[in-house]
Write a protein that binds this ligand. Structure first.
Ligand SMILES: [Zn+2]
Length: 203
């Protein structure tokens, strides 16, 4: 089945489902079985980061690859992958088994911070100054409604969207905002990974 795009629209709200590869009717038992195959979802209050860590800590696959694997961790898309690895200066090519536990804890904590902001704003925000502005209340996340399912219900923001800028995402060839060296790009797990080879050395 190809990629499904679904748009749910009302006169004032639009919700887009993008990139889903399967869309089918399921019984509650089938839904439970699907969820059981997924890694913890940072947007769920009951998510257990240790479940993801147990898989990461023994894996020879790179952390950038693992972050895109829904069986390891649910819901982290390509933008967050590149951006959180940069935020923590983590080498994206390090095998999961070489990642330090405290690095994983920091990445997880960051996802718990960033992903709800993204859902509420309907916009991925990763740059520290913008995150700080959101948290300081310069931009009111509660002004942007979310649907009861937790899926973001996008609408034109009355405050105007934040400037769309990232540390590394889609900035290949441009200067790293921190060190000035060129941002790199490579295909990892079927999607383009962006990173700074000079800044991102941690494991
Ligand atoms: Zn850099």
């Amino acid at each position: 089945m190809g990629a499904v795009r679904l748009r749910l629209a009302t006169p004032t709200h639009v919700a887009d489902l993008r990139g889903a590869t399967v869309c089918e009717l399921a019984t509650p038992d089938q839904v439970d079985a699907v969820i059981a195959r997924l890694g913890p979802d940072p947007l769920r209050a009951d998510a257990d980061p240790d479940r993801a860590w147990r898989r990461i800590a023994k894996s020879p696959r790179s952390i950038a690859d693992l972050l895109m694997d829904q069986a390891v961790l649910a819901g982290v898309g390509n933008v967050y992958r590149s951006e959180i690895l940069f935020r923590h200066r983590v080498d994206p090519h390090r095998p999961g088994r070489e990642i330090r536990p405290q690095t994983w804890k920091a990445l997880w904590r960051d996802l718990l911070l960033l992903m709800p902001i993204g859902v509420q704003l309907g916009q991925i925000v990763t740059m520290s100054d913008q995150v700080d502005a959101v948290l300081a209340g310069d931009f009111d996340p509660s002004a942007v409604p979310t649907s009861p399912t937790g899926v973001s219900a996008w609408r034109p923001n009355p405050h105007g969207a934040l400037e769309r800028r990232y540390y590394v995402y889609k900035r290949q060839g441009e200067a790293c905002r921190v060190c000035g060296s060129r941002v790199r790009m490579a295909d990892v797990a079927g999607r383009n990974l962006y990173w700074c080879g000079r800044c991102q050395r941690r494991r």
